[in-house]
Design a protein around this ligand. Structure first.
Ligand code: UFG
Length: 334
């Protein structure tokens, strides 16, 4: 398959395109000359992350979305707009059902009304729940254990039903741990509050935090700390382009994992970050965080077989080097 085969036709409406993974995907689309429109309510995204056409709208606002579809006439949609904190979803499920499930319903209705038929969206390995098998195949049973994971599964089911009933074409991409940053150093991961391991570890390297707290060291893993499959945000973005191009060529459904198949423990990651940054990175072992499975590693083969996708930027050192460049630049500009 050539790059042209893997390049979707525009215009593409990217909802949540001012956020972490969305903004990187928009960069890739723009680099291939695909016309994009970003729609984002900036609840967690950054206006500065968007260089092209921007609409500050809420996808839950049907009238505003109807206007966006009428004005820009997108051929297809890539949907990143969602809340993504497992812990917060346990404390405030209402927000997750409203913003992830209800807002997605509104988006799908606006798409139907506009005759827009293709959508690629961010699902998650959190839809699987506790692994019954590691590495986890694309066919792993989906029994989510958090409201966050359940809302992502509802979104998958909604889109499958719309595909069956209304001829929509849909791709659910189940990410493992999104990580890394644009090699230019001007786009990266900046959540507020930050809860993810890599940005926190790099904040320690920058002296912005005294130490990293390691959540548990008595898991059933070789060093006792949790193992995750970290996937570079540029590799995630590339998979979205491929999935959308495939839907546009007539494929009606795609559901697949996006991970590398390699797992690293929290302690291994800290060690790699010490090497990449040249800073000592002190840590302290504390109790486990509720709901953290010991090992999450992708065993999926569909992304390669169906999308021709392979992770190219996702060695742990490359992920850390790109994230480090971004964090250094951010801290110098702050
Ligand atoms: N961790 C620490 N200390 C910290 C932060 C994290 O030890 O300060 C550990 C966690 O316990 C976990 C690992 O580092 O073992 C990675 O944690 P992250 O918070 O970076 O990522 P998660 O694996 O919890 O979450 C990711 C996505 C979620 C998704 C989830 C699926 O960010 O959106 O995977 O399980 F839901």
């Amino acid at each position: 398959m050539t790059e042209q085969d893997n390049t979707p036709q525009g215009p593409v409406l990217v909802v949540g395109g001012a956020g972490y993974i969305g903004s990187h995907t928009v960069r890739l689309l723009e680099a291939r000359g695909v016309e994009t429109i970003v729609a984002d309510n900036l609840s967690t995204g950054y206006r500065s992350a968007v260089t092209g056409t921007f609409e500050e709208v809420d996808i839950g606002d049907r009238e505003a979305m109807d206007r966006v579809f009428a004005e820009h006439k997108p051929r297809s949609v890539i949907h990143f707009a969602a809340k993504c904190y497992v812990g917060e979803s346990v404390e405030n499920p209402s927000k997750y059902y409203r913003e992830n499930v209800c807002y997605t319903w509104t988006l799908l209705e606006a798409m139907r009304a506009a005759g827009c038929e293709e959508i690629v969206f961010s699902s998650s390995c959190a839809t699987y729940g506790n692994p019954v098998e590691v590495p986890m195949p694309d066919t792993h049973p989906q029994n989510p254990i958090s409201p966050y994971g359940r809302t992502k599964l509802h979104m998958e089911h909604m889109m499958e039903d719309y595909a069956t009933a209304y001829g929509m074409r849909t791709a659910a991409l189940r990410y493992f741990n999104a990580a890394g940053a644009h090699p230019d150093g001007d786009l990266g991961e900046a959540h507020d509050p930050e809860t993810h391991l890599i940005p926190l570890v790099l904040q320690v390297a920058l002296g912005q935090r005294e130490k990293i707290l390691v959540f548990g060291d008595t898991y059933d893993t070789p060093d006792g700390t949790c193992i995750r499959d970290y996937i570079h945000v540029l590799d995630l973005g590339d998979a979205h382009l491929r999935a959308l191009a495939l839907l546009q060529s007539g494929r009606d459904r795609i559901a697949c994992n996006l991970g590398t198949g390699d797992g690293y423990s929290v302690l291994e990651l800290i060690e790699s970050a010490r090497r990449v940054t040249g800073h000592p990175i002190p840590f302290e072992i504390v109790g486990p965080r509720a709901g953290d499975p010991p090992r999450l590693i992708s065993g999926g083969t569909r992304a390669k077989a169906e999308l021709g996708w392979e992770a190219k930027h996702s060695s742990l050192d490359n992920i850390l080097a790109d994230a480090w460049r971004y964090h250094q630049k951010e801290s110098a500009g702050a």
